[in-house]
Design a protein around this ligand. Structure first.
Ligand SMILES: N[C@@H](CCC(=O)N[C@@H](CS)C(=O)NCC(=O)O)C(=O)O
Length: 278
């Protein structure tokens, strides 16, 4: 692992790091904030998965998480959203919603994406190993949150590993990619036409198929341009009601899809995570 940069912030260290990933076969960059802590202490880890077009940098620069992470003693990890590099396949038209910057947190099975697009294994297996090795992390206390495509990643990963992630929350998540245009492009593109494979990467379908977590927190801006066509939080609301999952869905008047929205509610999410991380 190579250190790209470190900066002192709120008494802790905001770092950006790079490593050669065995999963993606590319260099991957990620950011980690380590709050001030006593020597030898092991701290809980909050994962933040970003949305379409993002790298680690968007939330790192605009997410406003550091003050509260410093106060609550939380490590905050922000991975990239796809593999990158000259030989990494991209969308045929270089669209923003597939290919580079749009890995959808799946392990692709379809060519030409299968070789590098392994974001599920990267985020759930490889990167946690690296974090455990290199940072003062208590891997028995992890939680996950994300935005939009990253909200989809956080929900599907949290629902798949309910014992590992003690809290799961999302900002404006894609709750049912099988039912919306972004997913209708990404799921067949990465996973092919087998709808059974899609269900493992669709939070609503996972819940319908029996996946459970105790509680979920979702914030959604009412002025979000993607709300009606791509995000559809009502589908998650209905699935959670039926399954008995305690979903707190907060519709936020006036807020759009941007980091102005995310940063406004970031502290609520971190407090909610900290309570569950103990
Ligand atoms: N209008 C955007 C759509 C993509 C978008 O809104 N991306 C969200 C995540 S789904 C984002 O966080 N963008 C980066 C940022 O706001 O810093 C575009 O066409 O590039």
């Amino acid at each position: 692992m190579e250190t790209v940069s470190t900066n002192t912030a709120h008494g802790g260290t905001q770092g950006v790091y790079k490593h050669a990933s065995r999963e993606t076969g590319t260099d991957m960059t990620f950011s980690v904030f380590v709050p001030p802590h006593a020597d030898g202490a092991k701290l809980p880890v909050v994962w933040y998965l970003s949305g379409l077009t993002c790298t680690h940098a968007n939330v790192t620069e605009k997410g406003e998480y550091r003050r509260l992470c410093a106060e609550l003693g939380l490590i905050f990890v922000a991975p990239d959203t796809s593999p990158r590099g000259e030989d990494v396949a991209d969308d045929a038209d270089k669209a923003y919603d597939f290919g580079l910057g749009a890995g959808f947190y799946v392990d692709a099975t379809q060519e030409p994406f299968a070789k590098h697009y392994r974001m599920w294994s990267y985020v759930t297996d490889e990167l946690p190993g690296l974090i455990a090795e290199n940072f003062p992390a208590d891997m028995d206390r992890q939680s996950i949150m994300g935005h939009s495509m990253g909200g989809h990643g956080a929900l599907t990963i949290g629902l798949t590993f309910p014992d590992r992630y003690k809290a799961v929350s999302a900002f404006a998540p894609i709750v049912a990619p099988s039912q919306v245009p972004w997913g209708h492009k990404a799921l067949p593109g990465y996973l092919g036409d087998d709808k059974a494979a899609w269900r493992k990467h669709d939070a609503v379908a996972l819940i319908e198929d029996g996946a459970r977590v105790d509680a979920l927190l979702v914030d959604q801006g009412e002025a979000d341009n993607f709300l009606a066509e791509q995000l559809k939080p009502q589908l998650l609301d209905a699935a959670c009601a039926k399954a008995g999952i305690d979903l707190t869905l907060r519709m936020q008047p006036g807020y759009d899809h941007s980091y102005y929205f995310i940063s406004t509610f970031m502290e609520d999410h971190l407090s909610w995570h900290a309570k569950r991380l103990g």
